[in-house]
Design a protein around this ligand. Structure first.
Ligand code: TYM
Length: 325
């Protein structure tokens, strides 16, 4: 049996990058009866970028609706909101005291975010430690994530290893699970799709807005008649992630042959997104309007999560010999 764990921040709506890079792979793993899954919404992490709790709550609801719409089964999965499990904050503090300062200074995501922000909080700096606590608090074995989280997983292992060195047998060292094809989904400008770059596609948008978003994908200035390079075409790159093999080949051939404009390719991509996610779009709306149902699921999930987090935190305190109750 493997314990699978992953989370997504509620710093905005869940986009195609989150869905293909983490949500779908995690839900697939959760379907294997040999696995036990802990899937959560990292609302405390969102405080590093959003300072208004009401906005975070709204995003948390949309994020939970997205997970449920994508097929998360709350009977088979522990699905919860990070802040409903306060043990994570105590563990994060303990781990902070075992984390070398230079390790955090070297975090890529910190360096990236710092360059875009006017104010930098200590929370942003210690973000990877809270993430390590998220994972270690549940004895997770496998963490499905996109490539941008790889370094955070390495840090988690390093922090756990350093702690285990002093207090053997305390933590399980988790492995990241990153799929080659979906590890970095491009955004509409070709950079990594990301909430912070505002270059993302939200597949749950109303039809008109979704179409507008797809139509705004950046392309080069080639005319309709000219042959195009499929591999460097963002429309094709995104299409090939959601289309079947034959459809993928067809768009590639069309682009390479010429007399096939980017506008047509975008329309084909838009229609594909609408059909591929038709069922999920409907389910998203169903959950999104039923706030109390979603809230109920998260509360039930938190209770199950705390059945695990309490004993693990007690083990950490015991091994540390700290304030034993
Ligand atoms: P977040 O909310 O930025 O992203 C959630 C998940 O989506 C993946 N992802 C992508 N994958 C492929 N292509 C993209 N363009 C893309 N954009 C996002 C991310 O890699 C991630 O797996 N720190 C985490 C949340 C977190 C977490 C954890 C994850 C907090 N605690 C514990 C795993 C375990 C984050 O900010 O993800």
């Amino acid at each position: 049996m493997a314990r699978i764990l992953t989370g997504t921040q509620s710093s905005g709506r869940q986009h195609l990058g989150n869905i293909l890079g983490a949500i779908q792979p995690a839900i697939e793993l959760s379907k294997d009866p040999k696995n036990e899954s802990f899937l959560f919404i990292a609302d405390l992490h969102s405080l590093t970028s959003i300072k208004d709790g009401k906005v975070i709550n709204e995003n948390t609801h949309a994020t939970a609706s997205a997970w449920l719409a994508m097929g998360l089964d709350t009977e088979k999965t522990v699905f919860y909101r990070q802040s409903d499990v306060p043990e994570v904050c105590e563990l994060a503090w303990i781990l902070n005291c075992f984390t070398p300062f230079p390790m955090l200074e070297n975090a890529h995501s910190f360096k990236d975010k710092v360059s875009n922000l006017a104010e930098v909080s200590a929370g942003l700096f210690t973000y990877p430690v809270l993430m390590a606590a998220d994972i270690l608090l549940y004895d997770a074995n496998l963490v499905p994530v996109g490539k941008d989280q790889k370094q955070h997983l390495e840090m988690t292992r390093d922090i756990a290893g350093a702690f285990n060195h002093r207090y053997p047998g305390t933590f399980i060292l988790p492995e990241s699970k990153i799929s080659e094809e979906t590890m970095t989904i491009p955004g509409i400008d070709g950079r990594k799709m990301s909430k912070s770059y505002n270059n993302y596609i939200d597949i749950f948008l109303p039809e008109k807005e979704l179409r507008k978003k797809v139509m705004s994908i950046v392309t080069d200035a080639k005319t309709v008649e000219e042959p195009k390079n499929a591999d460097s075409c963002i429309v094709y790159q995104i299409y090939s992630l959601v289309a079947g093999q034959d459809e993928d080949l067809e768009m590639r051939r069309n682009l390479e042959a010429g007399n096939y404009g980017y506008g047509t390719a975008k329309q084909v991509l838009f229609e594909k997104l609408m059909s591929a996610f038709a069922y999920e779009r409907e389910k998203f709306n169903h959950f999104y309007i039923d706030r109390s149902k979603v809230e109920n699921e998260l509360k039930k999930g938190a209770e199950k999560a705390r059945d695990v987090s309490g004993p693990v935190l007690a083990r950490v305190r015991k091994n540390l010999g700290f304030n034993l109750k």
